[in-house]
Design a protein around this ligand. Structure first.
Ligand code: NA7
Length: 540
């Protein structure tokens, strides 16, 4: 048992406990320290890095460009670090985060291999008590959840899965010493971003690869490659300007945002624009026109372009047909960014199995059975995603002011104020929580914005000698209504996506992230703070 009940520096409770040591937890710790707050970070993994520590699967790579997907809080760090590729690979991002941990001497306040089991608020002392699976029990004034939006891996409940004698892997819990599929018959279940990245690489190694696809996703090519030195130089010399520009955009990304309707231009112009963006690669494809996410007819033009591309790449027309995304608008399930995904289906050793028309029935000791066939497998890869937004938080028994849990409070769907705070849970903050732009934005700047907002709020509390800060129920209700209203004015709720919890059986169907735009969101958070933290109650 490791005991750190009190801050060894002064024998008092910590000012803050931070749960998680990914992008969010590392920066939160840094910021707290700079402001003179004592803090301890708990991290379940045996290393720092969060998402980038766990998602070690072949091909794992960020779908946001590396120069943008990096911290901006330290000018020196920004100047020093050299990204090698336009889209950084998982090992490179993990190396970066380890560098950050060392460069800012963060490790001494991080306890690894320690999972937080519970956090309970005591109204008599206004302290949180945090307990871990290593037997720690620690008191802190504030509790900051830096647990990530996509960290609770989900393996579907397929009958017989425990009988399988081959190896099973989940992309989000991949063995760190790698997996060699040489000579094996491998089944990959799931064709979201993780599956789409892993499939081309596994196909190159395996004797045969069966891809079990329930919903075909839209994917655009990354057009990845080395970053030309003049691009790096330009970014480094103008990073402040670029970062400010990105903050004002809808998705927090420096992609060209089309201002026109897709329906206001000629067919030829539209085709040229989509082609230009396809050749440029990446998520910017969906920014071609202003109404892609709000007008189904506009969206159809982009969707049809992608379908034509798929037909053009995949040689077997029957396979191409199965790969065509349909039944939901482009981008309303996370748009994927790939390298040679569709081309992979031209390989002799790859078979696409449509499990929407012939669902998986069971897994046996040696095979996967669908309604119409049996596939002998040596290994099964679950690229089946995560219990997004709420999964990691609800796994922790978080008890607020009246001792009821966050899980109970969120039984009909998550409720937050600004995606940052929860009424009934004083001094608890969530970084990129449900109700904030989070996964619909560039995560790193969104994390920085939240960390800075939380840190400022703590300073405000300290200056005024407040013991607690808590979102009011009215502010929370108002924000939840606004988040839903904005979502309902878009096409996003039409898809069975993890944005609405559709991938987890029984999860309430609520659109969880905030789609009102990064720029507008930041303005709102700043205005709340400038008005003395409107919507929050402070007590001494
Ligand atoms: P995703 O995007 O949730 O993809 C999971 C995939 O697994 C998707 O194709 C699912 O099909 C499929 N899936 C999930 N459950 C099942 C079951 N029970 N049976 C068959 N197929 C299933 O997760 P990823 O890890 O790829 O990506 C997560 C995010 O990480 C990504 O968007 C980036 O932001 C980074 P479905 O579509 O639900 O029919």
């Amino acid at each position: 048992m490791q005991e750190h009940p009190l801050n060894p520096a002064n024998g008092k409770p910590f000012d803050a406990v931070v749960v998680g040591a990914g992008f969010a937890g590392l920066y939160m710790l840094y910021r707290l320290r700079c402001l003179g707050f004592s803090a301890r970070v708990y991290e379940a993994g045996s290393g720092v890095g969060g998402t980038w520590f766990w998602n070690w699967y072949p091909g794992a790579r960020c779908d946001v460009e590396s120069m943008e997907y990096s911290y901006s809080f330290s000018k020196e760090l920004q100047q020093e670090w050299e990204w090698t590729e336009r889209y950084a690979s998982q090992p490179e991002i993990l190396k970066y985060l380890n560098h950050v941990a060392d460069r800012f001497d963060l490790r001494r306040d991080i306890q690894l291999e320690t999972r937080v089991l519970s956090a309970a608020f005591d109204g008599a002392t206004n302290q949180w008590t945090i307990r871990t699976d290593r037997g720690d029990e620690i008191q802190a004034r504030f509790c900051v959840m830096a647990t990530g939006c996509l960290s609770a891996a989900k393996i579907p409940d397929i009958p017989g899965v425990e009988d399988f004698r081959g190896n099973c892997y989940h992309t989000g819990q991949w063995p760190h010493d790698g997996v060699d599929f040489t000579g094996q018959k491998v089944g990959v279940i799931g064709t979201g971003s993780s599956g789409i990245q892993a499939i081309p690489l596994i196909a190159r190694q395996a004797a045969h690869l069966f891809v079990f696809q329930r919903t075909p996703h839209f994917s655009v090519p990354a057009q990845n490659g080395p970053i030309p030195s003049e691009v790096k130089q330009d970014w480094k010399s103008r990073s402040t300007e670029f970062r400010r520009q990105a903050q004002r955009t809808h998705f927090g990304l420096l992609v060209e945002e089309g201002k026109e309707s897709a329906l206001a231009v000629s067919l030829d112009d539209r085709e040229r624009e989509y082609e230009r963006r396809w050749r440029r690669g990446g998520l910017g494809f969906a920014g071609a026109y202003a109404d892609i996410f709000i007008n189904k007819n506009a969206n159809d033009t982009a969707a049809e372009f992608v379908r034509r591309k798929i037909r053009g790449v995949v040689r077997n027309p029957a396979v191409a047909e199965k790969l065509l995304p349909n039944g939901y608008p482009l981008g309303t399930k996370r748009l994927c960014v790939d390298t040679a995904y569709y081309e992979t289906f031209n390989r002799e050793n790859v078979t696409l199995v449509d499990i929407r028309s012939t669902p998986i029935k069971r897994i046996t000791s040696t095979s996967l059975q669908t309604d119409s066939a049996e596939y002998c497998l040596d290994a099964t890869v679950f690229a089946t995603g995560f219990d997004a937004f709420t999964g990691a938080l609800c796994k922790i028994e978080i008890r607020g002011r009246d001792a009821s849990t966050l899980k109970q409070k969120w039984s009909a769907g998550p409720r937050t104020y600004l995606g940052l705070a929860v009424s009934g849970f004083p001094n608890l903050f969530v970084i990129t929580g449900p109700g904030s732009p989070s996964v619909l934005s560039n995560m790193v700047p969104s994390i920085e914005q939240h960390v800075e907002w939380i840190a400022d709020c703590l300073v405000f509390s300290r200056q005024h000698k407040y013991s607690t800060v808590e979102a009011t129920p009215d502010a929370e209700n108002g924000w939840v209504s606004h988040v839903n209203a904005v979502a309902n004015s878009t096409l996003f709720p039409l898809a069975n996506s993890w944005y609405v919890g559709a991938n987890v059986p029984g999860k309430p169907r609520i659109f969880m992230p905030y789609i009102g735009g990064v720029g507008a969101y930041k303005q709102r958070c700043d205005a709340v703070a400038a008005a003395g933290y409107e919507g929050f109650t402070f007590r001494r």
